[in-house]
Design a protein. Structure first.
Lengths: 623, 344
């Protein structure tokens, strides 16, 4: 009984304390910056990483040959190279087929080794050999070897149907058939080795084709072009540098990648510890060639719950935090927290119309006929259908209500901030029910308007923005003509991916985040016959693209004059508009949230990190 | 008893094969392209039209089901649990990293769950229908009615956001720096125990401080349930004839309650408490998520969602093993508490 009374008394005191006490934020850990993030890295291997989480860490621990100049996405500054190649300085030659990079001396790796041109050569050769499936190295192989992947190079050179045909039991991770060894060795000596060579203090790249965005691909922010320590990498078990073993190091499984959890870059921070999905601990590298960073330690903590991140920011346990756009108004009210909004990103969200839908076993298109109970597989091949939907989407309402005003429109596939973007008002589809109606009435010789249509619009479950886009399209379609029944459907990612790969999706909304800030990273994706997205629009579209789009894409890629390139991509934007290839819904803005004692943050839209990256090298902490 | 234990343990491999066979069967209903989603989080990584095919071949996603299961069993025989796409590390490393986190959370939570649940259950039964009983019952109803997510956030908001007392995560930044990179030896991977073994009291206290909020959240929901069971069992026992006899013989009430009634009332409670604890070892996803405790629960939920079947199967193996051994321990403790029980 006495104990019970004591317990009650304790609870009352606790309650009163709660009502009167508040946690006042104060700057903690003055020599450590704590970043509350979501989604940890998949790997620390620069040649494997193709996700933002990995890129963000590799950015801090490795250097590249060149870097972007501050906030610019068009100007470069030297990094491991002492100069940025250009026609003017004679380091870009042969009409863009040759790039020469003089390598800086006395740059140290984290283990104390001195960086040499051989390390640079090894880094790129290893990347091309490694080329894991679904990885980023295609960006190096395309300019250097003129293909999308090393396996394509091999298949073409050796005249086989599949890369796996060269191996015993068809297992590319097993033993190479002895009769192919010489040819495979020659692939290295004649192609890979010749693409990157060392000449004294210089590293020279010999491209297979003139390539406008080549410097972008090499620049810091592109982890695939990071410079690794050859000797150290070989000691870890990576490619041994030899011509007659390279296939043993190609496309390994995750657990067989020796560089997955270790690093030895020359960047301003050293990896102290990585606990996957929990924390990354970085420590300042005092021998960094540009001078040591201002902050001694960085901790990136992976916190999946928004409320927890917000409270960490509020109490000062986090100095920077990832805050989704819908919660910005909450954190803006916290004293001592800075919110920088509407930063221009290089990404966009697009709703796409496949011109031919795979009808085999496809319930998403209803009856599969234009009878009011479905749509035919070539429904979107009619330009009036595509134009109708392009006029039907409420762009400005979507940007205001769903994107909370933190987005802008794009007229075509190329976002603002990238060469080739145009703001020509003629190229923007306006939201107009009247014009939509006119187009739909012309579609399918008037049959569509009379009979109606019925199909599903897909978005991946959990993506509220895409749900909103689908809902809006559906509602306005019904408003226009009650016979237009578009049903938004949320699906698991696995189902969405399968339907996408088998070309069964009627309309799908998806986003693209830049690998590098150049129109070649955009236009082919959304318009090319082999595009990441457009390549799945069906054969009718691919045929159209081969004739009307691909030649311009090739031209734009090879052109080195910026002004001329811009004109080519503007022409592609006009085609995208005239053909109403897709609904270019919006280009989102980013935001950055930090405590006001953090100094030195700057924004570059191509810097890896969600939602806006951070260069820890320039950051400091102080009142 | 020994033969009983051996018989129960021998059942374990049969159960494990059954569980894994079932899970494998479920995953085999997915097409290779659907299973590809574990490896492809964004279609823009499939640059090459052949990239999807290559990934399917690389990860053997098109392997026929019986062959796939046999290959998996073969790898199991070599203790190769494979790679976890959700944890971004090998499954065995992920378990080694996450299991102690959940274990530490559960071990510390057991104490208030059992002590408070039983204590309040006994009080509630003894003061049947009194104000105290009503108050305790209302508290218990709130406990298991309130969604753990809401309760956890409330605790976080009050004790961390407002008071700054109990932060999320396992350790403060300064402590993490020492534990992960300094001269700190992880003997058990239970940070509180390791801190004591390393003679580092500040880290021990810091770890304890970080444990309090998730313990409150986890235990409140659990002891509320245990309280109801204890109360029910205690009420039943207090109505028995031998209790009436003891009172009639003049035995004082405290002795009647604690010596005669309580022990008998706790027999069913012990079984249920044991099952609850075993269940908690399966991972307490919501608590782990809210308080950023990177344990088994959150990882298992993520793996299931992302169709990371290698992880799901391994997790099922682990949890099945815990269940079998845990059940055995509960049965043994049942025999110890109740001398009438003979394990045959």
């Amino acid at each position: 009984m006495k104990f019970n009374r004591l317990l009650c008394a304790f609870l009352v005191i606790l309650m009163l304390t709660c009502m009167t006490s508040f946690a006042f934020a104060q700057m903690k850990n003055p020599d450590t910056i704590v970043y509350a993030q979501i989604g940890g890295p998949e790997t620390l291997d620069p040649h494997w990483a193709y996700d933002t989480g990995s890129g963000e860490i590799i950015y801090q621990t490795y250097d590249n040959l060149i870097n972007y100049k501050g906030e610019s996405t068009e100007e470069f500054v030297p990094m491991i190279s002492t100069e940025v190649p250009s026609v003017d300085n004679g380091l870009m030659k042969d009409d863009g087929f040759t790039y020469i990079f003089p390598i800086r001396k006395d740059v140290k790796f984290h283990n104390g080794d001195i960086l040499t041109p051989e390390d640079v050569e090894y880094s790129f050769e290893r990347a091309m050999i490694f080329d894991r499936s679904g990885g980023p190295v295609w960006m190096l192989i395309e300019p250097l070897l003129g293909a999308y992947g090393i396996e394509d190079v091999v298949v073409e050179a050796l005249g086989v149907e599949n890369y796996s045909d060269l191996f015993v039991d068809g297992d590319p991770r097993g033993e190479l058939k002895s009769e192919h060894k010489a040819a495979m060795t020659e692939i290295f000596t004649e192609k890979i080795d010749k693409a990157v060579e060392v000449d004294g203090d210089n590293v020279i790249f010999h491209l297979a084709q003139a390539y406008g965005p080549f410097l972008n691909i090499l620049s810091h922010c592109g982890n695939w072009s990071a410079i690794i320590n050859k000797k150290w990498a070989i000691e870890q078990g990576a490619w041994d540098g030899k011509a007659d073993t390279w296939w043993n190091y190609h496309d390994p499984e995750n657990e067989k990648d020796p560089l997955y959890a270790v690093e030895n870059g020359s960047g301003p921070f050293v990896l102290k510890k990585w606990v996957p999905e929990e924390i990354i601990l970085l420590e300042r590298f005092d021998d960094y060639w540009q001078g040591p960073a201002k902050i001694k330690n960085v901790q990136v903590k992976y916190v999946s719950e928004y409320t927890t991140r917000k409270l960490m920011l509020q109490t000062g346990d986090a100095d920077i935090a990832y805050i989704p756009v819908q919660y910005l108004s909450e954190v803006e009210k916290i004293e001592g927290v800075e919110v920088i909004k509407n930063l221009p990103t290089i990404s966009n969200v697009v709703s796409m119309f496949p011109w031919t839908i795979n009808a085999e076993g496809n319930s998403y298109i209803g009856s599969g006929k234009l009878d009011g109970e479905g749509i035919p597989p070539d429904f979107f091949s009619d330009i009036h259908v595509r134009k109708g939907f392009s006029y039907l989407f409420p762009y400005d309402i979507f940007i205001t209500k769903v994107a909370k005003g933190m987005a802008i429109r794009n007229p075509g596939p190329i976002p603002k901030g990238v060469i080739g973007f145009t703001d020509d008002p003629e190229l923007y589809y306006e939201f107009s029910l009247l014009k939509a109606k006119e187009e739909f009435k012309l579609a399918w010789d008037g049959e569509l308007w009379e009979k109606g249509c019925k199909f599903n619009i897909f978005y991946n479950e959990g993506n509220d923005v895409r749900k909103a886009a689908s809902d809006m399209l559906s509602q306005y379609a019904k408003m226009l003509n009650p016979k237009f029944v578009l049903t938004p459907v949320a699906v698991q990612w696995s189902s969405y991916l399968k339907a996408f790969l088998t070309e069964k999706l009627p309309i799908f909304t998806i986003g693209w985040l830049a690998d590098y800030p150049d129109p070649h990273n955009w236009a082919p994706v959304y318009m090319g016959s082999n595009g990441d997205y457009a390549g799945f629009f069906g054969e009718a579209y691919r045929e159209f693209a081969r004739e009307n789009v691909d030649p311009l894409l090739k031209q734009g890629l090879k052109e080195t004059d910026k002004v001329k390139r811009a004109e080519i991509y503007k022409e592609l934007t006009k085609i995208a508009h005239d053909q109403a290839i897709s609904i270019y819904a919006y280009q989102p803005g980013a935001n950055h949230v930090q405590r006001d004692w953090i100094k030195g943050w700057y924004y570059n839209p191509i810097m890896p990190g969600e939602p806006a990256g951070a260069d820890f090298y320039t950051l400091s902490k102080g009142e | 008893m020994l033969s009983y234990m051996i018989r129960r343990i021998l059942l374990l491999p049969i159960i494990l094969i059954g569980v894994t066979f079932l899970i494998f069967s479920v995953f085999s209903l997915l097409s290779p392209m659907e299973r590809l989603a574990t490896y492809v989080r964004d279609p823009n990584t499939l640059k090459n039209p052949k990239a999807a095919e290559r990934l399917i071949a690389k990860y053997h996603l098109d392997e026929p089901y019986p062959l796939g299961y046999i290959n998996w069993l073969e790898r199991m025989a070599h203790f190769d649990l494979g790679w976890s796409q959700t944890a971004n590390q090998s499954v065995s490393d992920a378990i080694k990293q996450r299991f102690p986190v959940t274990l530490e959370l559960v071990l510390y939570s057991i104490i208030p769950v059992v002590l408070i649940g039983i204590w309040l259950g006994v009080i509630s039964a003894v003061h049947h229908n009194d104000m105290i009983d009503q108050a305790i019952r209302v508290t218990a109803i709130i406990g298991w009615s309130l969604p753990s997510f809401i309760f956890g956030l409330l605790i976080l908001f009050i004790f961390y956001g407002m008071l700054g007392w109990f932060p999320p995560g396992r350790l403060s930044s300064w402590a993490q720096d020492i534990v992960y990179t300094g001269n700190f030896v992880s003997y058990t991977h239970l940070i509180t125990i390791d801190a004591l073994l390393n003679g580092n009291i500040p880290i021990f206290l810091d770890a304890l401080r970080h444990l309090i909020a998730p313990i409150i959240t986890l235990s409140y929901i659990s002891w509320a349930f245990l309280l109801r069971i204890t109360r029910s069992s205690m009420l039943d026992t207090l109505r028995k004839d031998y209790i009436r006899t003891a009172r009639a013989k003049g035995v004082d009430e405290q002795t009647v309650i604690h010596l005669h009634a309580k022990r008998n009332a706790l027999i069913p409670v012990a079984t249920i408490a044991g099952m609850m604890i075993i269940g908690m070892m399966g991972g307490v996803m919501i608590t782990e998520t809210v308080f950023t405790y990177p344990g088994l629960g959150f990882w298992a939920a993520q793996s299931a969602q992302q169709l990371d079947y290698g992880t799901v199967i391994s997790f099922a193996l682990l949890f099945s093993t815990i269940m079998v051994i845990g059940n055995l321990v509960v049965d043994l403790s049942y025999a110890l508490i109740d001398p009438r029980v003979r394990l045959e």
